[in-house]
Design a protein around this ligand. Sequence first.
Ligand code: HEC
Length: 117
Amino acid sequence: MKTKRAWQTALLITLLGSNLLLFSTLVRAYNADSWREAGQVYQKVCGHCHETGIGPQLKGRNLPTAYINQMVRQGNRAMPAFRLSDVNDQTLNQLALLIGNSKLTDNLMRSGKVAEK
Ligand code: HEC
C-alpha cells in the first residue's frame, strides 16, 4: 500500500514537472515570436511610411517608448492610429523599444532584431 502511494506521488511530481517545462518552453517561444513580430510590424507597416520619406525618420532619435506607444494608439494628423487588433500591447511595447533604442544606421527592416535595453 505504502509503495503504491509513493509511486503515485512520484508520477504526480513527474507529470507536474514536465508540464512546467512545457509551459516555460511555450512562454519562451511566445516571447521570441513577438520579438520577431515587432520587427515584422516595423518592416510591413511602419516602414511603409517611415522608411520612404512619407513619415518622419524614427530611428536614432531616442524617441521615448511612451511617446511612440501613444502615437501608434492615437495617431496624429497624417499618422494613422492602430488598434489593439492591429498590433497587440506586447508587440507594440517591443516595437517602441526597438525604435527608441535604434541607431540611425540600424536596419530595422530586417525582422527579428532584438533590442536590448
Ligand atoms: C500611412 C503612413 C504611416 C504609417 C503606416 C505609420 N506612420 Fe507614423 N507617422 C506618419 C506620418 C505622416 C507622421 C507625421 C505626422 C504629423 O506630424 O503630421 C508620423 C508620425 C509618427 C511618429 C511621431 C514622430 C515625430 O517626429 O514626432 C511616430 C513615433 C510614429 N509615426 C510611429 C509609427 C509607428 C511605430 C508605426 C508602425 C506601427 C507607424 N508610425 C506607421 C505616417 C505613418
